[in-house]
Design a protein. Sequence first.
Length: 184
Amino acid sequence: MLRYPIRLTRDDNDTLLVEFPDIPEAVTFGETKEDALQRAEDALATAIEAYIKDKREIPAPSKVDGPSVMLPALVAAKVDLYRTMRKQRIGKAELSRRLKWHAPQVDRLLDVHHGSQLQQMEAAFLALGKRMTITIADEPTYAAMAAAVAERPRPRVLKLRRRLAVGSQLVRRKRAVRKAAKKR
């Protein structure tokens, strides 16, 4: 499984900002901690999808010593498939030829938002000379993760405000529109 560390920061508009130190393109926010963590998984998957479309190397996660987001098993398998293809210098067309599949089928295998079947993933790994295995592990408790979040020092909010001034203004505008709509 791929678990990426995150940085949770309270923004000046009372939302929680989520940043991924390993993947700077993945940034999101949430009204609550649970909301922020839920959105973080999708932001991470979307950033990884962009790396694949741009044919860039996907950064490996750094050591996790605090809050983190784990990629779903299927997305992690797709990341591993993409990395294996890059390492072996095999493109989509060559994988399609080896599998005797149409090109769109291989495109869907690498689409992190597509629910590929396990058999298809196994076939793709076999075509690359790899074997796919599944491991079941105990999940850390929510209390342990919450304690780790509470222990992390808060970064300087001023620096963050400068970097996200535009995003914060948009959020404030959305809130103002919501409040105005409720008054009507």
